[in-house]
Design a protein around this ligand. Sequence first.
Ligand code: FBP
Length: 264
Amino acid sequence: MIPIDDMPLCRDGNVLILAYDHGLEHGPVDFRDVPESANPERTFEAATHPAVTSIAVQKGIAEAYYPSYEDDVDLLAKLNGTSNLWMGEPDSAVNWSVDHAADVGASSVGFTLYGGSNNEVEMAEEFRDAQEAARDHGLPVVMWSYPRGQGLKNDTDPDTIAYAARQALELGADVAKVKHPGSQAGMEQAVRMAGKTKVVMSGGSKTTDRAFLESVKQTIDAGGSGLAVGRNVWQREDPTRILDALEAVIFEEASVDAALDAAE
Ligand code: FBP
């Protein structure tokens, strides 16, 4: 655990990561409804919004696009990731080293752990290597803590999400990115289990402005530290409008109604 409140990943202790690794994780299907969203520059432009603390991308996108935005955008290097073209127990390839991520300009790193997968042990060992290398560089570590695999019946059950948050603490993550467990009480349990590790909500598939903002508000009210979101921002025709509302909820303690009014 390192103090991260004054690092670029945080604003006033909270976090809003704009995730854009879906072209790898899900493929072009995620860009179908808003075809312009396939252009990484559109999401880098969105990441210049003051609400966004960091953009999370894979190595190829970082190398190709980050140099044009390095003065205006903070980079989180998502170190592992994989396509969904193959079948089998959840796993993720480590695609770049922390050394290389630091060379490209990352100020933090992200790593997925599929707790509960038959590949959990290997993934935890890969996380160890990445976490210790990040410590050598003084970089914060965000764990995408996503229990899934053949042993899990419900990957958003509150006890499962609390376990995911705890795994992040135990393994040395500074921030745990977890799925919303369906209630504020569930998120409170996750925050309690995470101890000093900050908990942020994972955005999920696109929903209405109100439903999405209410889940973010629940996370903040539960003691969570913000959000890591992709589709609920860049799958919208106007990413700026929802970022205005997120800024109000995450950094200005606004209600959902006030945030929606402010974003009109
Ligand atoms: P979303 O807000 O779009 O859910 O993005 C968060 C994220 O963790 C991305 O970084 C990642 O590509 C995606 O979700 C993975 O989603 P899943 O593994 O649940 O299909």
